[in-house]
Design a protein around this ligand. Structure first.
Ligand code: EPU
Length: 337
């Protein structure tokens, strides 16, 4: 466990932005993590997982602790269910593939999401009709200031759409070290109601899909719309889909009857930010090395040497244009550092 100085973070953020850390250390188990926290009690610290949900706009003047804890295992099971535990540093997609290879159901709709397992509860990741909160049982976390270990149950996490206690009440207080999910061993609940999945399965003439079929369909859809961070720097959806009160939305909808929306409760609707951004003419636009992806307007991309500030400027331009045009405020999903 070696602390390095002036360390480049380019390979540690999926946007591929060049920024450096004053100090950097990777920890491989909880004991190492505890030791680093104790020995550097007074240092400013920055916790880095898979780097898939952040935009670096400046160098980090702190000790960056990269959570590289590995391991996944079954911790309990009965005839119908299995409880699996993954350490925080496991790559999410590799973990999902491992559950599918073992015929454990529940995570297949969230195949190919970038990032590590430990950060999935922070923003309650979700895709194609599933969210982490549907299978999440608990996570273990270490408190940064006193190194106490705490287990957060599902209800204690206060999950919402891309929200949790870790982004709000206990923001920056804990480091998640492992997560437990409850998955099905049989009678898998196949969820293909989200738009494109059933179409993708029909293309392959699959009538009774297994969890492998669903995972493959999700992978195919994601690959057709979302850029692979290894080839084109990005952080997935840059913005959240805005949630509006139905009463406010109705006034906007009268002016823009073609606007897409989804009812999410009797009083609220969600408007796809990708649609708003596309209508505002940003989709596929490039400004220097920064741009808006050609197949999914929610995704901002780095063509090579964009700075975080350049990406941030595009995001602000988009936010202002959407607000001026539609009176709708769209919020970043990505953490801007
Ligand atoms: N749309 C457009 N233009 C675009 C993109 C989308 O008009 O450029 C429209 C689509 O036609 C569709 C609607 O917007 O009617 C929704 O599009 P899509 O199904 O692609 O999903 P999304 O709402 O844009 C969300 C998640 C994605 C997730 C997909 C699929 C958020 C912020 N994003 O995107 O998550 O993969 O649903 O479930 O909720 C991520 O968080 O990084 C991410 C990629």
């Amino acid at each position: 466990m070696e602390i390095q100085t002036h360390f480049s973070l380019k390979k540690f953020n999926t946007f591929g932005i060049e920024a450096s850390a004053k100090q950097f250390v990777a920890v491989q188990n909880v004991l190492e993590l505890k030791t680093i926290l104790i020995e550097n009690n007074t240092e400013k610290k920055f916790i880095l997982g898979g780097g898939s949900n952040m935009l670096l706009t400046k160098d980090i003047d702190a000790l960056v602790i990269h959570i590289d804890l590995k391991g996944k295992k079954v911790i309990s099971e009965n005839e119908d269910f299995v409880w699996v535990e993954s350490q925080a540093g496991e790559n999410w997609h590799e973990f999902v593939l491992w559950t599918i290879e073992n015929d454990f159901g529940g995570l297949e709709n969230m195949s190919l999401i970038p990032g590590n397992v430990g950060t999935t509860p922070v923003q309650n990741i979700g895709a194609y009709g599933a969210e982490i909160k549907d299978t999440f049982i608990s996570c273990e976390a270490i408190r940064i200031d006193n190194q106490n270990i705490k287990t957060f149950t599902n209800s204690e996490c206060h999950f919402g759409y891309r929200e949790s206690i870790f982004k709000n009440e206990v923001k920056d207080q804990y480091i998640i070290t492992s997560v437990v999910f409850k998955l099905t061993k049989r009678n898998h609940i196949i969820n293909i109601s989200y738009g494109d999945i059933s179409g993708e399965l029909a293309k392959a003439n699959i009538i009774n899909p297994t969890i492998i079929d669903v995972s493959n369909a999700v992978i195919a859809i994601r690959q057709s719309k979302l850029p692979d961070p290894k080839e084109l720097g990005n952080s997935g959806s840059f913005f959240k889909n805005p949630i509006l009160l139905k009463t406010d939305f109705e006034k906007i909808h009268q002016k823009f009857p073609e606007m897409k929306y989804f009812e999410i409760s009797p009083t609220e609707v969600k408007v796809p930010a990708g649609w708003l951004i596309e209508q505002a003419g940003f989709k596929g636009k490039r400004f220097g090395d920064a741009g808006i992806h050609k197949n999914q307007a929610l995704v901002l991309v780095n063509y090579g040497n964009a700075t975080g500030q350049e990406i941030l400027n595009i995001s602000k331009n988009i936010q202002e244009t959407i607000f001026k045009t539609y009176g709708i405020q769209i919020e970043a999903e990505v953490n801007v550092i």
